[in-house]
Write a new protein. Structure first.
Length: 570
């Protein structure tokens, strides 16, 4: 027993000693001369103490406030002003994935279109009535029924034909002396599509026929029935329509942005849920020259052989259009990597493959081919970018006070202008969001008044308004912004101090501005205002119905601090 205790004590002492050596070595890394040299020769950047988003390679004045720029210090970890670091644990939890950008042959991309099978209108026909009368019997009873040319499909009672038979009887008696009169009477019946056999029968029997048959003029499948038994029809009225389904159309909707990638004669591969392992090859035979102004799409059509009767009109299908472009091969990035801000879009670059460091990069996009975008400028071959979890990385940039989607600056516009994302919002969602703006303005005014209870009450009212917004169909960035607004409202309601409420209001506003900026027809105008001192001097925005500055982040302490940076609705 005593020996066991001695061994345990000795093992503990040895373990503590080894731990001290290892951790001490980790905490005091050795810096090589090469690393020191790199830091010393790093490019010096200059920034504004009031507007840290301003970065210049040379000293001068701040373009916003006119103050002298000061040297911008990189962090102790060697990061530049716009770079930030994420832990490996955070990357794993958010499933952040990156891809190395490379040249891609655009012809290898495939454009996906959705559509459905339709009747080939070039192979349809209408079965008409050939004379006036009443439908006594209709042999075609349902859509989908097959008919054959020459098949009796209806019988019609026709007073006109009953009277005309008397002329036939008279002409038949005089056919020896007046053959032309006899021939003219028979031709009249032939124009009514009455057969010679039936006319001969009428002449031989001398009995008047009251119900005349209608025979199918075409073979096919009944696609529409226009009359019922007992209905009165006139010469030329349709009885039913037939379609030849040995060939069918596959019709697809293509958006405006996809039109330049499509042309007649292009190969497409069509698949359906009904036959998941079968591919139907075809060529584009028609592209609608007129854009549908309601859906903003054009119809693209291909003709398919259907001799086995596999494809049914109305069936949903999907097409892969290959060889969508034989030009513009170059840098391609997945669509999931891009955060849209109009023409000037954003991606997150990982400059060092061995470190989880990221920075935002503005890029100019070309055309979209399949699930990828071509890059006009902003990226180089071999750079590594975030392709999954981009929004999470952007949120980390915002929390770190780094350049992000919400505070991206553009030298071509102004250094203070916030570049807002451009997104497609449904008309219903826009109208419902407009209805919540009044409640938002009450909340903003409560922050100006700096009253905690008043803020909580206004936040609860806005929360009720947003809960009535139909958001089940929201996707992608729109859904993320809307959910962030709801979460920050919950944070405001759960906060007991004005400081905590204002911290949540900062992020709420960043997301609210993006959504409201994509609402069309805002009346009256709304103003996007910004205080450079708020959010620990990182700056923060808010919406106002008045151009007069009333700062919700400082209240009476700095009531008029800020400026109008954008006007929505103009």
């Amino acid at each position: 027993m005593n020996k066991s205790i001695i061994y345990i004590v000795l093992a503990a002492i040895v373990g503590l000693g080894l731990g001290y050596v290892l951790f001490n070595a980790t905490e005091e890394p050795q810096h090589t001369a090469e690393e020191s040299h790199t830091h010393e020769n790093a490019a010096q950047m200059w920034t504004c103490s009031m507007h840290p988003q301003i970065m210049r390679e040379e000293p001068g004045d701040c373009p916003i406030c006119g103050m002298d720029l000061i040297p911008a210090e990189s962090g102790s970890d060697g990061l530049t002003a716009n770079q930030f670091k994420m832990t490996e644990n955070a990357l794993a939890l958010a499933n952040i994935q990156t891809t190395v950008v490379g040249n891609s042959d655009a012809t290898s991309e495939a454009l996906t279109l959705s559509g459905k099978i339709a009747v080939n209108e070039d192979e349809t026909a209408t079965q008409p009535a050939h004379f006036d009368g009443r439908v006594e019997r209709l042999m075609v009873s349902s859509v989908g029924q097959e008919v054959r040319k020459g098949q009796e499909v209806a019988t019609i009672y026709s007073p006109e034909l009953v009277a005309a038979q008397q002329e036939l009887f008279t002409a038949a008696k005089l056919k020896g002396s007046q053959p032309k009169l006899y021939a003219a009477v028979r031709n009249k019946f032939k124009n009514w599509m009455i057969s010679d056999a039936l006319l001969d029968q009428i002449e031989e029997t001398g009995k008047t026929v009251t119900r005349f048959p209608i025979y199918a003029s075409f073979s096919g499948v009944v696609s529409e029935i226009s009359v019922n038994e007992g209905a009165h029809v006139m010469d030329g009225n349709p009885i039913f329509k037939v379609a030849d389904l040995s060939t069918v159309w596959a019709e697809f909707d293509a958006y405006e942005s996809q039109i330049n990638q499509l042309k007649k004669g292009q190969n497409i591969r069509i698949s359906s849920n009904a036959y998941p392992n079968k591919i139907f090859d075809a060529k584009i035979s028609f592209i609608d020259p007129v854009l549908n102004t309601q859906t903003r799409t054009v119809t693209v059509r291909a003709t398919l052989k259907n001799t086995e009767d596999l494809l049914k009109p109305g069936m949903f299908v999907e097409a892969k259009v290959t060889g969508v472009s034989n030009e513009n091969s170059g840098l391609m990035v997945p669509a999931s990597a891009v955060m849209w801000t109009g023409e000037r879009s954003l991606v997150y670059v990982k400059p060092n493959a061995n470190a989880s460091v990221f920075e935002m990069r503005e890029v100019t996009l070309g055309e979209k081919i399949g699930d990828s975008y071509s890059i006009v400028s902003g990226l180089n071959n071999g750079e590594e970018i975030v392709t999954n979890g981009t929004f999470t990385v952007d949120a980390a940039a915002q929390l770190s006070g780094k350049k992000s989607m919400m505070n991206a600056t553009s030298e071509t516009i102004s250094d203070e202008a916030t570049v807002a994302m451009k997104m497609q919002l449904s008309t219903d969602f826009q109208n419902q969001l407009k209805g919540a703006l009044e409640a938002y303005m009450v909340l903003k005014d409560a922050f100006v008044a700096s009253e905690v209870e008043q803020i909580s009450s206004a936040a609860a009212n806005l929360q009720v308004e947003l809960q009535s917004v139909e958001n089940q169909d929201l996707e992608g960035m729109v859904k993320s912004h809307f959910e962030m607004i709801q979460r920050k409202l919950e944070a405001i309601l759960a906060s007991d101090t004005l400081e905590e409420q204002r911290a949540a209001f900062v992020i709420l506003n960043e997301n609210m501005v993006v959504l409201v900026n994509n609402i069309s027809g805002i009346v009256p105008d709304l103003y996007v205002q910004r205080c450079p001192m708020a959010n620990n001097s990182k700056g923060a925005v808010w919406l106002s119905s008045s151009s007069e500055i009333r700062n919700p982040y400082y209240g009476d302490a700095m009531l008029t601090c800020g400026s109008v940076i954008d006007t929505l609705g103009l």
